[in-house]
Design a binder for this molecule. Structure first.
Ligand code: SMO
Length: 714
């Protein structure tokens, strides 16, 4: 089924925050810190206040006491550092908002920002990292025949969404209506209410069309709060939309972990112990999900392998940079990269084929159960994934061709990766109603940022009710629709939001049957057979009291839905330029029950592209003084169409999730988890005739050229 969202989006009829312009709307801009750390010695705003069109200029001194945004205590005693709405006395990163200007036009606000006098005295060094968590399981036994070591230094990357962040707040009575480009409208509501000290039911947050997010819009930002404060102060709608540069400087970033570990294996290539140290940079403040990547990476590090003894140490520390948060994959790529590098190196040391060593060490995932770090792990047939990968990729032939090409002087490599990914946890809300005109209205606390979720939800509701999806209107992204909800992140919207939709639909179906006095509802697209008479849906609506026509559900998943998969990459590197070409990707994914294959395929492609960016080209770079060197697309290299693989084969091997009634698992993040380790393993395989050193990331042309031509200097 094609995406119902597309006709409007493709015709430019999407409605994003910056498209919304209430009567009397004015514009906010921010003066941002130009240095990474230091004390504010001068901050004079009188000239700016006098500029034409300026309504207000705010500094921290104008804001008084406010509350702090929430941080998820995923690691109980880990340090938390809330943001300041505007820098108070000192700055903690380049791009931090220091003053806010509200003016009649965006241009007037920008001009006024330049009329503010700001001096900052350089200073202070960031905190030292500290150990925050440890995962351990099993016990090391036999002496290892091989001890393999690997190190993966992830580049810090930007969750680059087509639509930068944006927020528009309008005073309504004693409260606020806020349009936010967010993944989590309900959390936005709760955060705003707490920080502004007003009742949550006085705050309505609406996420209209959201142009991508990838984790970068999963937490509230200082700018959002400032816009809300200004709207209340001025009694007018206030809008702010980030520029691309604003987002490079001050939106949350991802990855950046430095990870190293050892994998022991016996003479038969069986893994006996895994030890790892993961270092996570937190940046300058902790957004809601600051610890999700670190926690995920630690708890899933053993991946799909049966490793009897596992020990993972995790440390984290602040730095004078943009805050670090979840980014598509959120710790799972960090885990997959390290373990899959270790496994490939173990294969090499044990003289074993990389697919074979994986096969030899798989845990049996066909029944759900606990892994060695204590995590409940969902279904997944890892052996079948490997078999499918071997067949679809025509692996033996690829290896033979590689040998021939290598003998002829080409630099070519093949890499494989297996992964498991915890997805879809927690709870979500849904409401399904039969309307007087015979259509159904479905609402969920989950939401979307372009994935086509409304299509999938309509399909789920339609199937449960026995109608066609065109009869189902879907509403999401508005906190006024339902008392509570979460949103769209952590690969949860179909598994959790969809399950809530399914349960609400089933409840509605039972209510309608009971109200009509029938045992079994024989519905069809147009209505229901009631004791031999066909009643249209509008007729049924007319007969039923409103309470019978509306069902609400909160679905709470008993466990996470863990997806899994296997990927193979074949690369060729031009030894003269170091340029890598991804010649082939073959990828078998297990996303559990698939509601809409087109949406799943779209997620796989998008994740694949972002995954390639992480391993080959993307890096947020700061210099030694904390100056951002990659503030625009001139310097930050997102992959382009020409960087896509020459050939991609996607296939699926679904094992239904045991963690939700739909049987669905997540798929939105899979590409960022599957592709980087497969490609990194392929690159390392390609350069093996020259060096076995671990490549730094991203593996740019320069890096690869050096590995081939001056490996001793690596
Ligand atoms: S990294 Mo995601 O938006 O949970």
């Amino acid at each position: 089924m094609p995406r119902r969202e597309d006709p409007a989006l493709l015709r430019g009829q999407g409605r994003f925050v910056d498209d919304i312009a209430p009567e009397g709307c004015v514009f906010a801009e921010f003066l941002r810190s130009t240095v990474a750390a230091g004390a504010i010695t001068t901050l004079e705003v009188a000239d700016a206040r006098d500029m034409p069109g300026v309504l207000a200029v705010y500094t921290a001194a104008d804001l008084g006491d406010t509350g702090a945004s929430a941080v998820n205590r995923l690691i109980p005693d880990a340090p938390v550092r809330p943001f300041d709405i505007l820098a108070r006395d000192r700055v903690t990163s380049v791009g931090q908002p220091v003053a806010a200007i509200v003016a009649e036009t965006r241009e007037a606000a920008r001009d006024a920002a330049e009329a503010i006098w700001l001096d900052i005295e350089d200073g202070e060094t960031p905190d030292r990292p500290q150990t925050v968590a440890r995962w351990q399981g099993g016990k090391a036994t036999a002496n290892a025949a091989h001890r393999i070591a690997a190190r993966v230094d992830h580049a810090r990357v930007a969750p680059f969404a087509l639509e930068p962040r944006a927020c528009l707040a309008e005073p309504v009575g004693d409260g606020l209506r806020v349009w936010m480009s967010t993944q989590t409208p309900f959390r936005g509501r709760d955060d705003l209410a707490r920080i502004l000290n007003i009742a949550p039911d006085l705050v309505q947050v609406i996420a209209p069309d959201v142009g991508g997010a990838f984790g970068g819009k999963a937490s509230i930002y200082p700018e959002d709060v400032m816009v809300a404060l200004a709207a209340r102060d001025l009694g007018r709608p206030v809008k702010w939309a980030a520029t691309r540069s604003d987002d490079f400087m001050a939106a949350t970033q991802g990855r950046g972990a430095a990870s190293s570990g050892t994998l022991d294996c016996d003479g038969d290539g069986r893994f006996t112990a895994l030890e790892a140290q993961l270092h996570f940079d937190l940046g300058s403040w902790t957004p809601y999900s600051a610890y999700a990547p670190a926690r995920n990476a630690g708890r899933i590090l053993p991946g799909p392998y049966a490793i009897p003894a596992v020990s993972v140490d995790l440390d984290a520390g602040f730095s004078a940079t943009a805050p670090m948060n979840i980014y598509r994959g959120a710790g799972r790529p960090e885990a997959a990269m390290l373990i899959e590098r270790l496994v490939d190196k173990a294969a090499h040391a044990a003289g074993c084929d990389p697919l074979e060593i994986r096969r030899r060490n798989l845990r049996d995932g066909r029944n759900p159960g606990p892994g060695v770090t204590g995590e409940w792990i969902d279904t997944g047939d890892y052996a079948a994934l490997l078999d499918a990968l071997e067949n679809r990729a025509v692996y033996a032939q690829k290896r033979a061709v590689q040998a021939t090409r290598r003998a002829a002087g080409e630099v070519v490599g093949i890499g494989t990766a297996l992964y498991i990914e915890p997805c879809g946890q927690g709870w979500e809300t849904a409401r399904v109603a039969l309307l007087p005109d015979g259509a159904f209205a479905a609402h969920t606390g989950s939401s979307a940022q372009g994935q086509g979720r409304q299509t999938a939800w309509a399909q789920i509701v339609a199937e449960a009710l026995g109608v066609t999806p065109d009869r189902v209107a879907v509403g999401e992204g508005d906190t006024a629709d339902l008392p509570d909800g979460i949103g769209a992140l952590a690969s949860r919207s179909t598994a959790i939001g969809g399950s809530a939709m399914m349960r609400a639909s089933e409840k509605l179906r039972a209510q309608i049957a009971a109200a009509l006095g029938i045992d079994r509802m024989e519905s069809d697209p147009d209505g229901v057979w009631v004791h031999g008479t066909h009643l249209g849906w509008a007729d049924i609506a007319a007969r039923l009291p409103e309470a019978a026509r509306l069902a609400e559900e909160t679905f709470t998943a008993p466990h996470e839905a863990w997806a899994s998969g296997a990927a193979l990459a074949q690369v060729a590197i031009d030894p003269d330029t170091g340029r890598a070409t991804v010649e082939d990707i073959t990828w078998i994914d297990d996303a559990g029950h698939v509601v809409n294959p087109l949406l799943v395929e779209g997620q796989l492609w998008g994740g694949l592209a972002q995954g390639l960016g992480c391993v080959l080209s993307e890096r947020v770079a700061y210099d030694g003084d904390g100056q951002l060197l990659t503030g625009s697309l001139m310097d930050y290299a997102v992959p382009r169409a020409a960087d896509m693989p020459r050939a991609v084969t996607l296939d699926k091997l679904p094992t239904p999730s045991a963690a939700n009634p739909l049987g669905a698992k997540g798929v939105g993040e899979a590409g960022c988890i599957a592709i980087p380790p497969a490609v990194l393993n392929a690159l390392q395989d390609a350069i093996l005739p020259f060096t076995d050193k671990d490549l730094p990331l991203p593996a740019t042309s320069e890096t690869l050229w050096r590995a081939i031509n001056t490996p001793e200097e690596m």
